[in-house]
Design a protein around this ligand. Structure first.
Ligand SMILES: *Cc1c(COP(=O)(O)O)cnc(C)c1O
Length: 379
């Protein structure tokens, strides 16, 4: 079955009691048993919920996995994956990653004796240089936030498996429409469904998707034991959101291309980071592993001062100044003062995050309106 068909039908069966075409929101905490242990597979809603199961089946199908395991947020999904590790284990991760993941790794999980190496993954072969007998997991984000670096997932998988390591890919930025890491050899895919999967900026939810039965069993155990489960209404919102993922992503990609080209032609703009440009350093890999380039990008101003960025950020009328991404509406943000504010300026600049760097999540409004909005905001 092709993705567009799966997005609409996977996981969703007519409700057995009424025939309702859309899976109902099973807003219940428990299920009645005819006699102790005599039930229909549902005992308690932290452990099982039919709305959640429908979403989990849909996510497994659209990532070409076997098991979807949903959590209350992307961070809760990431946390569950890190619980696969023991004290003394080591993780190799990219050095340009979502700030919340970096915080979880360094401020929470590191306290339990897990060691992290944050490395340059432009060339996936670099991973081998950090492997030792304690290494268990490789953590990849691609495209990265906010500089849109591309990591070669197939090469990372090959390296990870040669050393018997698990490879986890955070596929939030690409979404299953643009990229399927499990197909490229990843063992685990993690999503913040808050972003493109939900797609309407109205829900916070996360998921892990795997093929391996034993890995799924462990993650289900953490889902139930630690209890960071999403509510049925939130599951329903994501289930509804993914039905239009393909239509939205096509438009995000089309608008993204138009906005990126406009920015590049603007005399006030210095660099534009978007993986669809032919001269993007890893464009060939993006072309190989992605089906499009999406609507995420960032750019710097010729006059690289924070106050210049602030002027642009407060002048847009259609782009809203806000954290997050992946919704139908266009958002604009300033990594140096928002998502990456906790990183010391020197380190930030060294990693390419200039003072005037502005990130866009290009929505699915009319592209000409979006360009006109940016034109009047950038001098
Ligand atoms: C937002 C985000 C997360 C965290 O997801 P939440 O749903 O906000 O917990 C993780 N990774 C990436 C790439 C993100 O953009």
């Amino acid at each position: 079955m092709q993705l567009a068909t799966k997005l609409i039908h996977a996981g969703v069966e007519p409700d057995p009691s009424t025939g309702a075409i859309m899976t109902p929101i099973f807003q219940t905490s428990t299920y009645v048993q005819a006699a102790p242990g005599e039930h229909k597979g549902y005992e308690y809603a932290r452990t099982q919920n039919p709305t959640r199961h429908a979403l989990e089946a849909a996510l497994a199908a659209i990532e070409n996995g076997k098991h979807g395991i949903c959590f209350g947020s992307g961070m809760a999904a990431t946390d569950a994956i890190l619980r696969l590790l023991q004290p003394g284990d080591e993780v190799i991760a990219g050095n340009d990653m979502y700030g919340g993941t970096y915080r979880l790794f360094t401020k929470v999980v590191a306290r339990y004796g897990v060691k992290f190496h944050f490395i340059d993954m432009h060339d996936a072969a670099n991973i081998s240089n950090y492997v030792n007998e304690h290494t268990k997991l490789v953590w990849v984000e691609t495209p990265t936030n906010p500089l849109m670096h591309i990591v070669d997932i197939a090469a990372a998988a090959e390296t990870a498996h040669r050393h018997k390591l698990l490879l986890c890919v955070d596929n939030t930025f690409a979404s299953p429409y643009l990229q399927n890491p499990l197909e490229l050899g990843a063992d685990i895919v993690v999503h913040s469904a808050t972003k493109y999967l939900g797609g309407h900026s109205d829900v916070v939810l996360g998921a892990a998707i795997v093929k391996d039965d034993a890995l799924a069993e462990q993650l289900h155990f953490f889902q139930n034991s630690c209890g960071a489960v999403p509510g049925p209404h939130d599951c329903w919102l994501v289930l509804r959101g993914i039905k239009t993922l393909h239509v939205r992503m096509r438009q995000h990609s089309e608008n993204g291309a138009a906005v990126a080209r406009f920015l590049r032609s603007h005399p006030g703009v210095d660099k534009v980071y978007w993986c669809g440009f032919e001269d993007h350093p890893n464009h060939a890999i993006a072309q190989k592993q992605m089906r499009g380039f999406g609507g995420m990008m960032s750019f710097t101003l010729k006059d690289d001062r924070m106050e210049n960025a602030f002027r642009v950020l407060s002048s847009t009328r259609i782009f809203s100044l806000a954290e997050s991404l992946g919704g139908v509406e266009s958002l604009i943000g300033h990594p140096a003062s928002m998502t990456h504010a906790s990183i010391p300026r020197e380190d930030r600049i060294r990693n390419g995050l200039a003072d005037s760097l502005i990130r866009l999540s290009v929505g699915i409004e009319d592209a000409e309106d979006l360009i006109a909005d940016l034109r009047q905001a950038i001098e």
